[in-house]
Design a protein around this ligand. Sequence first.
Ligand code: UD1
Ligand code: CA
Length: 485
Amino acid sequence: MSANRPAAVVVLAAGEGTRMKSATPKVLHAICGRSLVGHVVAASRELSPEHLVVVVGHAREQVTAHLAEIDAEVRTAVQHEQNGTGHAVRMGLEELSGSGVALDGTVIVVCGDTPLLTGATLERLASAHATDGNAVTVLTAEVPDSTGYGRIVRDAASGAVTAIVEHKDATDAQRAIREINSGVFAFDAQLLTDALGKVRTDNSQGEEYLTDVLGILREAGHRVGAAVAGDHREILGINNRVQLAEARRLLNQRLLERAMLSGVTVVDPGTTWIDATVTFEPDALVHPGTQLLGATHLAAHSEVGPNSRLTDTTVGEGAVVSFTVADRAEVGAGAGVGPYAYLRPGSRLGAKSKAGTYVEMKNASLGEGSKVPHLSYVGDATIGDHTNIGAASVFVNYDGVNKHHTTIGSHCRTGADNMLVAPVTIGDGAYTAAGSVITKDVPPGSLAVARGQQRNIEGWVARKRPGSAAARAAENAHQDHQSDQ
Ligand code: UD1
Ligand code: CA
């Protein structure tokens, strides 16, 4: 729990984000496994605010539905028209007061499009705000190019923040300032509410600027302060897809560094992409070209990649997964997957089991030490322990209308090129012959043979393909055979 627990965090997410040129609202674009607003909500949660309000406007049904999915405790406030950041915060506060919440303490304001902002930076802002006894504290940053941002104007003598001037309203001298407003603030709740009532719209955009609250509070004799962000890249706001890619790269790098410092080997951070929700144990190893997504977990000494994509998949201790696509699969300790395997939802591989080359599995469990080494489809099946499935076998699970289940016991040996037509059960210790189409249950310990008898029609080539290369080869073979005798 945060020492400076705020009364509320207000997240501004009503804007349209036209520069994304997208049918998807800007704050719902995702990087590293979370929407932009999802990252901001997650960082805000680290402060344990009493209330968390997201101001929605553009595509609000979609944004509200998404928020309900990711965080059931988030409240939303509607801003019907985007009349500026000050107006948006006012809508957020009115939503709370309208439902009987009397805010007392600190209100933190953040933008919904700054996914790199960390909880730690918000903590630093909240603590500077409390320690300095400010009415408002703005999070600022020195940026290489301040074009488009609000500039932080400081008193030449004392260095105190006097105002924030928007780019469009700034003089040439002010535009030269490189310290900018990140759009993140800590406010005294009561003073903020009072000041928002006094914000005017006589600016170049005709909007209620949240930034004007600083000047209003300062003129009323209150303390205005600033906290400078340690890393200006943290406050990167996303306006277009170039910035989206840049933010993804930076966040991915941050996540990989955290993993590496916790004992994970990442062979090539440049081609490894992970979600914020992925977890690792020490001595996991990730080869190049690998994406680890969602709730994927790599246990100690496991190895994934190269060129693999794992979604919501757990990889057990010491397991090796290469050139594989897996979705909602469980790979047991010491198991081997791939190269070139496709594990679909519900694939469960027991300890030391194997789904080998060109193997697809779906809703199927493989017991301890069992193997599907080559070229097979295993769908809707339960396979016991220490069983071997022959190469090029298909679990025929679909009759065109319904899916059916196949059960195979322990210590079985099914032949190569089997069609196992479900529903069907093969008992413990049973064998099946190569090329069989198994449609009936096989009792434990039996050999099932289910294929046409071979018949050889002698002299067929000489009669039906006379003069062909095959006929000559056969003729030669016959002569050699006779002279051998
Ligand atoms: C704002 C700041 C600027 C700062 C910059 C940092 C103001 C007036 N300007 O400028 O000083 O440097 O952010 O990125 O505050 N929003 C609403 N409703 C509105 C308007 C905006 O919810 O009516 C939301 C947007 O969705 C966005 C955020 O507020 O998440 C910032 O709005 P935006 O229009 O991007 O402000 P900037 O012009 O970038
Ligand atoms: Ca912006």
